[in-house]
Design a protein around this ligand. Sequence first.
Ligand code: NAD
Length: 411
Amino acid sequence: MEQVKSTSYPKEKISILLLENISDAAVAEFTTAGYSVRKLTGALSEADLINEIKDVHLLGIRSKTQVTRKVLEAAKKLQAIGCFCIGTNQVDLKAATEQGVAVFNAPYSNTRSVAELVIGLSIVLIRRIVDKNAAAHNGVWMKEAKGSYELRGKTLGIVGYGNIGSQVSVLAENMGMNVMYYDAETKLPLGNAVQQRSLKELFEQADIISLHVPSNRSTEMMINRETLSYVKKGAIFLNYARGEVVDLEALKESLESGQLSGAAVDVFPVEPEKNGAAFSTPLQKLSNVILTPHIGGSTEEAQHNIGLDVSAKLLNYLEKGASFGSHTVPAISVPPIENTHRILHVHQNVPGVLSAINTALSENKINILGQYLKTNDQIGYVVLDVDRQLSQEALALLKEVKHTIKARLLY
Ligand SMILES: NC(=O)c1ccc[n+]([C@@H]2O[C@H](COP(=O)([O-])OP(=O)(O)OC[C@H]3O[C@@H](n4cnc5c(N)ncnc54)[C@H](O)[C@@H]3O)[C@@H](O)[C@H]2O)c1
């Protein structure tokens, strides 16, 4: 079992501020670990956050709180920010890196929510429920079997076989589907899924196509007139990935011509910021098309998992110096080692810092038992395991090392 060390800094002095009504699952993780938490239901403005953040060691936010450079400059004690959501756009990552503040999020906590919905919508589309449902609401009886199919035996073509794509693959095989996928990388198939060498090969065989690629230069508009011309007549198309991946005009044409017989789209190149705001897309009012407001991953379970995931990352960083998953501090994950004391040092990534740290320690007759360094373009992060507890004088010396951003005595 992994040894649990007690931290040098008293837990009651650690200030944890959670904004935007972060899940109680996260609060429970912190309180079980012996910390007290201040939880606010709303987001804070920049000015209010600057006031509140001065003594905060850990900050938890969701997507509404903007953590700007000014906020970070006021956050003298801040060790880490937990974004209890999927993205980290709301944090000035460059400024956070410069300040040596670790930034964590939960990119994969809603994987299952998306995967389940893709399967559910595939059934709804292949059975042509959308139009029958609309007709029934309008007082029209539309009972017919023509054009309605089972999923069993159909071929699902997955574009992007990552976390979500591979989960969809497993669920689809359990529904009796044949699964094929196209990915930029060679990916080990789960179950009987078969990787295809090109999007063309995949589209030519798939009855249902589902996108699960990220938004980047290689995927921008990857679904366009040309790629859509490869699809089987009557195929169904789902985009629960990112809006920039699809040319919506080309998708509309394909649906209107009957090349595609249905589609479900959750993500759009431009999405309204607020609930209730006007929204328009070329796909509105098309037959057998389901439009949803970017809710593929929005479930209670995903929120709960996000709470557990991000609080675990924050606690691991606070108590062990483990920065794995951070977008700013380079990733190091070393379990605590018996009979050692741990020091964490974040510095600007320039030559000579490590030897200056070692000199400061040897001058204090402190033996280094383990030393782990990782750097990125801007900063370096060192986890040092030493044989004696660092005195306050030695810690002060380390803080004086040129180019130091932060130094922390962990235990
Ligand atoms: N609708 C929602 O609410 C929602 C929720 C969660 C995730 N998402 C989106 O779903 C997508 C997939 O998420 P994930 O967690 O599975 O990501 P992931 O990083 O685990 O997987 C992405 C896969 O796409 C592959 N890929 C990248 N570029 C490619 C290219 N040009 N051609 C083919 N394959 C390529 C990668 O190799 C990887 O296997 C992302 O765009 C994510 O933002 C949407």
